[in-house]
Ligand binder design. Structure first.
Ligand code: GLY
Length: 325
């Protein structure tokens, strides 16, 4: 098992069958490119560098609900959350409700590297970003985003935009949903995890989901494993999704079984269509599970010639046959 290194990425769990075929294919291409981009980093760099690179790629893509592609709050603003963790040191950095940062994951990494805090939020986080030399620039709210917002806002006014679960089950067709996440293990057996999101469409201003909460949206510990979650943030937070998966792996459970056991808990407590998770264990094994229609994911490891990508359960065999269980 020595010298196995690799990365798994997700581009969100949800109602993928409501998306057009073209959109799903586009997202798969981006997931593939993101895996290749991050894997280049992993060949010479650390797991931490690789997960940051993967998330940055997807934040810049515009095809996911993170960074450039972030959805709008009910007050028609963008508020982004991100978190990153180094399994070697347990150092972690997270930001929430940032509006004017192109790559929230870069700010989260700066919090990890340059401060003795874990989590910064709102205008304070942006002030620190500026002090640390990051450019402050608002994410552009495109006419397309406004059009989609108006459509769903109307439904909300009519009382047809209910709970989070209802949102996931019904109206996501017209939205670019898809939190992004990555978990990697490098040549030195160090594990890292990172997650980034624009949160929910029509979320209340100031709402923070699982994504930037350590143990909920992301977690990494070399002696247990790493995980990144996607789905209904409130539910994932209540079961500490990523810490739960890592605790399974700490007991020797494989990455795949740990992911499945965690999503099992999520489904039992909160029902189907609530989320997904990706995992890596200290042996370099990779896992994933979801209870939604699909979860965009791509994998690239040192024993694979090219990335494997899949969204729907009927495609998952493509990934399963390319990874060592
Ligand atoms: N899982 C992303 C969110 O709930 O914000």
């Amino acid at each position: 098992m020595t010298n196995i290194y690799g990365i798994i990425l997700h581009g969100g769990a949800g109602r993928y069958r409501l998306f057009t075929k073209e959109f799903v294919e586009k997202r798969k291409r981006e997931l593939r490119r993101a895996a290749l981009y991050a894997f280049e980093e992993l060949k010479t760099g650390s797991a931490l560098d690789a997960v940051e690179a993967a998330i940055k790629y997807m934040e810049d893509s515009g095809l996911f609900n993170a960074g450039k592609g972030s959805s709008l709050t009910i007050t028609k603003e963008i508020e982004m959350d991100a978190g990153i963790m180094d399994g070697k040191t347990l150092k972690c950095g997270a930001v929430a409700c940032v509006k004017n940062i192109k790559n929230p994951i870069k700010l989260a990494r700066l919090v990890l590297e340059k401060t003795d805090h874990i989590f910064l939020a709102g205008p304070g986080a942006e002030k620190v970003a500026e002090i640390l030399g990051m450019k402050i620039e608002p994410i552009k709210i495109t006419p397309e985003k406004i059009r989609k917002f108006e459509r769903v806002f109307k439904l909300w006014l009519e009382g047809k935009w209910g709970t989070h679960l209802f949102r996931l089950k019904t109206l996501y067709k017209d939205f670019i949903e898809g939190t992004v996440g990555a978990v990697a293990i490098d040549k030195d057996r160090n594990i890292a995890a990172a997650t980034s999101t624009g949160g929910y469409s029509l979320k209340l201003p100031g709402r923070v989901g699982d994504t930037p909460l350590v143990g909920c949206g992301f977690y990494a510990d070399n002696s247990a494993g790493g995980a990144s979650a996607t789905g209904v943030g409130e539910y994932l937070t209540l079961i500490f999704a990523c810490k739960t998966a890592c605790d399974f792996m700490r007991q020797g459970v494989s990455a795949m079984k740990a992911a499945e056991a965690t999503i099992d808990i999520l489904t039992r407590r909160f029902g189907p269509h609530t989320g997904g998770i990706i995992t890596v264990d200290p042996m370099g094994r990779i896992g994933f599970a979801y209870n939604t229609e699909g979860m965009g994911k791509s994998i690239m490891t040192s024993y694979m010639g090219e990335p494997a990508v899949a969204v729907f359960p009927e495609e998952d065999h493509i990934i399963l046959k390319s990874i060592k269980k």
